[in-house]
Design a binder for this molecule. Structure first.
Ligand code: GSH
Length: 230
């Protein structure tokens, strides 16, 4: 039972440019592209320097967020959508996104959980100004937000129990997406707020052993020395 139509060998490979910012959620797409072996270019958009709001980038992605993937003359946004696209475009022997319905749905279950719940759970710590204007209320926000973050991250750890990779035995586009939030959870300003997550730690250690991971981190200017910087 195959619902997946392989991309024809005759169809030309699209030109791909990924716009990514160091340590941002776009890192997942960067690593997935590197793992896929597909040719791509990297456009660096340093969010901390406000480059996501400059005219050139806003012309490409008026939403002003990373990641964005330029595919020939189209632009695709949202990490979940870009990872799915990379998984489908990658050579099938890479197995970056399952083809069969249930494992494929599991991949989407993970990616949706990561984008809609895990990513957002960091907001009270990282971007309180997106949620409330009065700085005096930040401690109130964090009083609720930090336990929620802790619980959400613990849930990720729980879901990884007994698994080598997010989907079981095979590395997929979900795994580098998990790595992004692991790195965030180990930031100097976060780590004290979260509990031990042994399953997720072991998962992250496995990803750090893959050459593509450090190739991408280093390409974005992230090293072992600065990986936990806020
Ligand atoms: N829902 C989007 C979220 C994208 C997003 O918020 N990206 C952050 C970096 S992790 C960003 O561009 N931030 C710029 C800003 O805060 O305005 C996705 O999953 O791709």
């Amino acid at each position: 039972m195959a619902f997946y139509k392989p991309i024809s060998l005759e169809s030309p490979m699209p030109a791909l440019t990924l716009y990514s910012s160091p340590r941002a959620c776009s890192l997942a797409c960067h690593i997935a592209l590197e793992e896929s072996g597909l040719p791509f270019e990297l456009g660096q958009v340093k969010v901390r320097e406000g480059q996501h709001l400059n005219d050139t980038y806003l012309k490409l992605n008026p939403w002003g967020k990373v990641p964005a993937l330029q595919i020939d003359d189209e632009v695709l946004t949202e990490a979940h959508a870009i990872l799915s696209y990379i998984g489908d475009l990658a050579p099938s022997d890479k197995h970056l996104l399952p083809h069969d319905p249930l494992p494929r749905a599991r991949a989407h279950e993970w990616m949706n959980f990561l984008s809609s719940t895990v990513h957002i759970a960091f907001r009270p710590l990282f971007k309180p100004h997106f949620l409330i204007s009065d700085e005096k209320l930040y401690p109130q926000l964090q009083k609720v937000g930090i336990p929620n973050l802790r619980k959400t991250l613990k849930e990720v750890d729980h879901r990884l129990k007994g698994r080598t990779w997010a989907l079981g035995d095979t590395y997929s586009v979900v795994d580098p997406y998990l790595l992004v939030f692991w790195i965030w959870s180990q930031r100097d300003d976060v780590v004290a707020h979260v509990t031990k997550m042994p399953n997720w730690r072991a998962h992250a250690e496995r990803i750090f052993e893959r050459p593509a991971t450090w190739q991408c981190l280093n390409r974005e200017g992230v090293t072992k020395d600065n990986i936990a910087d806020p």
